[in-house]
Design a protein around this ligand. Sequence first.
Ligand code: HPA
Length: 267
Amino acid sequence: MLITGDMMIGIIGGTGMYEIVEKGTVIKSEVIKTPYGNSPEISIFELHGKEVVFMPRHAKNHTTPPHMIDYHTNICAFKKMGVERILATNAVGSLYENIGPGEILIPHDFLDFTKNRKKTLYDDLAVHIDVTHPYCPELRDLLIDSGKVVEKGVYVCTEGPRFETASEVEMFKNLGGTVVGMTGIPEVIFARELEICYASICTVSNYAASISPDKLTIDEVFEILEKKAKVLIKLISDTIAKMPEGYDCDCKTALNGAKVEIPIDDL
Ligand code: HPA
């Protein structure tokens, strides 16, 4: 599948992110078949001499809500294509007044408050993956070096699609959360289960419910995401430019000691 001969980098993006494809030289687009289903249309392009693939997380036109996204298919499709590193963008609400709309945060950890989503790619095997540090430290460092970002934070993932109550927001703060979103899990877990490096780039689109006294609307979320898309694209592009060939992280051996390995041909 590799065309340039280097490692393949995957981007999972939402609103406004598709334009990253236009930064590079487009090679083709395709739908990948997996045992779970067909992926959304994935664009393959070359950027800074590296092969990059872009997947719209919510499919076209943002029609799939976060709790209905087929995270299994999306991550398996990337694995099947040979993706070794993933940069994912996620919209979040901020739990703190000093981290405002428009800021970009690179989370170092998560709190999982999803309810009805698949938990693992290994339902028929006992695989207990280590997620002490769920986000690839090497990718995080590259992102932090490539733009003005909040360098760490705890991503709280809710089931959605509703926003949070004031008491939930208070609870998330008390538990150590920094930002809250709906799309980060199980994506990050599945990537680790397939030994793919994964980092999240969180765009703060709003203050979480009750942090700001105003009613929270999806319009303000989209407005900020559209406004910040260019900054995010530059951050991703500059990060890709700096990506080394080799690895300085443990993501590639995540299955060692966790139990079996799944042959890629069986995906
Ligand atoms: N809560 C949950 N998910 C979100 C939010 C929020 O405030 N903003 C963007 N995604």
